[in-house]
Design a binder for this molecule. Structure first.
Ligand SMILES: Cc1c2[nH]c(c1CCC(=O)O)Cc1[nH]c(c(CCC(=O)O)c1C)Cc1[nH]c(c(CCC(=O)O)c1C)Cc1[nH]c(c(C)c1CCC(=O)O)C2
Length: 363
């Protein structure tokens, strides 16, 4: 491993050639509208499915050379404007000592979910050092990308991780995790605080390793309402952003753009703009005009929000939907993406159509 990482430290990276996303995130004008796709390194790619026959999901996550190879798959195939490191939000519960299995056709399963009784067994000491493999994958990928596009790091948000940890996997209602918020608010706050601290240090480690932009996924925001979101999510999301800023300064790291994707949290869009993130991810259910009017004067970039199912439409219609979406959002402070992750059966040609439609729009 020493020879692989020789000359591949986190301080001699190749020069970045495409900074469209970084520019858009900072409110500067890029040469073309930037686009990347949530879950772009995943199952809709035949080369990923082929790769998965040889390697289990977490084997890929935990082996930097494998994670790097998968991260580069969509970059080799498409003219995307960013790469996102191959990993999962559930590596944090894993690093805290929980068992996480990825079951084919089912999704993630945590066979021993969190209870009031086993809560104190969570092993936060050294959690981030147990995630060092993600940092190594990031550093390696920064070199292998040769500066082609910037590299995203990411994490799940505290509430979304709490949800998976208590439910033991995906859920239609999140009623077990929501029960904690209503019945055990103090314990819930302690858990969310613990997760906030781990997430902050984990993301700083990713930046130190070479992540050039960060996205926080609050994919389960949609199960809460305005009151619960204000009480159990917004303060922690704010603490993560300010914690990253402060620790980056203390470590002499560059400040990287931060993106918050709170899926379905339309009830708190204006409040999200005041948490210290540069970009807000917008899910596919939201009306771009409403988003822009809610966020006017907030100096914030938006990202989104094409319906992932629009990729099933005929080519011409897809291209037209992209044009209409861009017209509604406007081209300033805008990063194009889907409004949630791409589906495993999305046609690979539709991704090309999507990207071409975005890049052909004059700025
Ligand atoms: C909620 C969530 C998870 N993981 C993630 C989220 C937040 C984004 C979202 O809301 O979709 C984030 C994630 N998961 C994965 C990435 C890799 C980078 C990328 O975006 O390309 C990222 C950024 C790989 C993955 N994570 C997973 C796969 C497929 C598993 C496989 O290869 O067998 C991949 C490529 C599995 C996973 N992991 C998770 C679920 C619910 C599932 C199964 C169902 C599904 O895929 O949507 C948890």
């Amino acid at each position: 491993s020493h020879s692989i990482t020789k000359n591949m430290s986190a301080n001699n990276f190749p020069t970045l050639k495409n900074d469209r996303i970084l520019k858009a995130a900072k409110g500067e004008k890029p040469d073309k509208l930037p686009i990347w796709i949530m879950r772009q390194a995943g199952r809709y790619l035949p080369e990923f499915m082929e790769f998965r026959k040889q390697h289990s999901f977490f084997e890929i996550c935990q082996t930097p050379s494998l994670a790097c190879e998968v991260t580069l798959m969509p970059i080799k195939r498409y003219d995307l404007d960013a790469a996102i490191i191959f990993s999962d939000i559930l590596v944090i519960p894993q690093a805290l000592g929980m068992i996480v299995e990825m079951r084919p056709g089912v999704g993630p399963v945590l066979p021993e979910p969190l209870t009031l009784e086993n809560l104190k067994e969570l092993n936060k000491e050294g959690a981030v050092s147990r995630l060092q493999y993600v940092g190594e994958a990031i550093t390696l990928t920064r070199h292998k990308l040769e500066g082609k596009v910037p590299l995203f790091g990411f994490s799940g948000a505290p509430w979304t991780l709490m949800g998976y940890m208590i439910e033991g996997g995906g859920s239609k209602t999140l009623s077990k995790a929501k029960k904690w918020l209503y019945a055990y608010p103090e314990i819930s706050h302690q858990l969310l605080e613990l997760l906030t601290n781990v997430i902050t240090d984990y993301l700083v480690m990713q930046i130190q390793a070479g992540a050039q932009i960060i996205q926080v996924f609050d994919s389960s925001a949609e199960y809460l309402n305005r009151h619960l979101y204000a009480k159990f999510c917004l303060p922690y999301l704010k603490k993560i952003a300010s914690g990253i800023r402060e620790k980056s300064t203390a470590l002499n790291l560059e400040q990287v753009p931060l993106i918050l994707f709170a899926k379905g949290a339309h009830f708190s869009l204006a409040e999200q703009a005041d948490l210290g993130y540069d970009v807000l991810g917008i899910d596919w259910t939201m009306n771009p005009n409403h988003v822009r009017s809610t966020l006017k004067n907030k100096n914030i970039t938006v990202q989104g929000n094409l319906d992932p199912c629009a990729l099933y439409a005929p080519k011409e219609e897809l291209a037209q939907m992209v044009k209409d979406m861009v017209k509604s959002f406007g081209t300033e402070r805008y990063i194009v993406n889907l409004g949630h992750g791409i589906y495993p059966d999305a046609p690979t040609e539709a991704v090309q159509t999507f990207i071409d439609a975005v890049h052909s729009i004059p700025l």
